[in-house]
Design a protein around this ligand. Sequence first.
Ligand code: FAD
Length: 431
Amino acid sequence: SLAHSKQRQEVRGMTSNTTTTGSVKTHTVVIVGGGAAGISVASSIHKRDGNIDIAIIEPANRHHYQPGWTMVGGGVFRPEVTSKPMSEVMPKFVSWYQQPVTAIDQDNNQVSLGDGSSMQYKALVLAPGLELNWGGIEGLEEALGSNGVTSNYREGMASYTWDIVQKLKKGRALFSQPPMPIKCAGAPQKAMYLSADYWLKHGVLNNVDIQFHNAGAVLFGVADYVPALEAYVEKYGIDLNFQSTLVAVNGPSKTAVFRSTDGEGNSQDREVSFDMLHAVPPQRAPKLIRESALANEGGWLNLEDDTLRHKTYTNIFGLGDVSGTGNAKTAAAVRKQAPVVAENLVATLRDQPLEAAYLGYGSCPLTVENGKIVLAEFGYGGVLQPSFPKWINDGNKATRAAWWLKAKKLPTLYWHGMLKGNEWLAKPAKR
Ligand code: FAD
């Protein structure tokens, strides 16, 4: 088809050595990022109006289903099921530019690409995700992948987590959680519960000293789920440390430094030795957004909570982890955000009022043991927003059905539902 050959042409243009410096292209809608958010929103826009000319600017060769990384770390998924070539998930109807966006000139409706070319748009969608700040913890980057230091947040490293969990028969296992916000706030402890469950089932749990070090002051941000999690903390004999932030790691000496700060702002560093460390880095918006006029005070994209339109620039929208809206940064949030952005963006192109509203839905399937999940689903302000029936989401109780959903259904729904514009349980609310 024409669209097909158009896409091939764009990709070929970019990988060839021809210089495009100074050239300006134009597309009606330009989407920055081809992750969970960028691809889903392209499909949702196309579904509403198949004639809209859409470009996605995305440098990566592969697209990752990151929610699956917890399951790889727990020995449930093979790593291969969490990743596909970008060319396979890129919709045929978009023009794909395999480049990073290096600058946004929102006053002139233009973005700059890594090859020096520029692109003009009528409407812009920002979906570049967030930046994992590995350098924010001294020594972590060098330590990762050996001496028992791992992170399910690192592409390709969750299988090392599973390796060392199986090998550990005794000693100390540390799990850290950085300051909020992070993507999938439950993931640092999901890794811990799945590891503990394995040690319990293999009769070595009593020989493993498990410590959770959380920069924050609570186990989980939505209070309703805390008692259920605390029951598992007790079951596994986990030692909880709050306001204890991982600041340095030394792989060869197998030591970690945690900083605790008291009410008066006095801080104290404590060195803890380990046999295994699952570390999660601090996270922030990508520099492209953080250091632009499009950011809020915290550096995140400054969007209206309900319409997901930029607060100042009426032809700019955003969704996914980059958003400064107060929802949980999850792919589940993207499932609800993509149709809202699509509807409001199409309305903007047609000079119509914005009617679709996002109520802050996010979800976190808390894998408390292999075979059971507490399915946390909530919106802005921690208001519970169950979207699944009670046999799957039974309030704050762990269910086998929620595990079945995560282990058997969600990957398929992601690859073949959400990314393709099948808006499952995601009808936008009206403003
Ligand atoms: P991403 O999917 O990260 O995609 C961002 C894309 O933008 C990338 O492809 C990147 O290459 C591209 N990009 C970046 N900068 C630029 C640039 N300058 N120009 C062009 N392109 C750029 N969510 C759940 O719902 N449930 C879970 O159980 C869950 N568990 C998780 C467990 C782990 C360990 C992790 C790491 C995440 C988990 N998540 C979970 C979160 C989920 O993966 C993210 O919320 C989701 O991927 C966000 O989508 P996104 O498109 O905003 O970002």
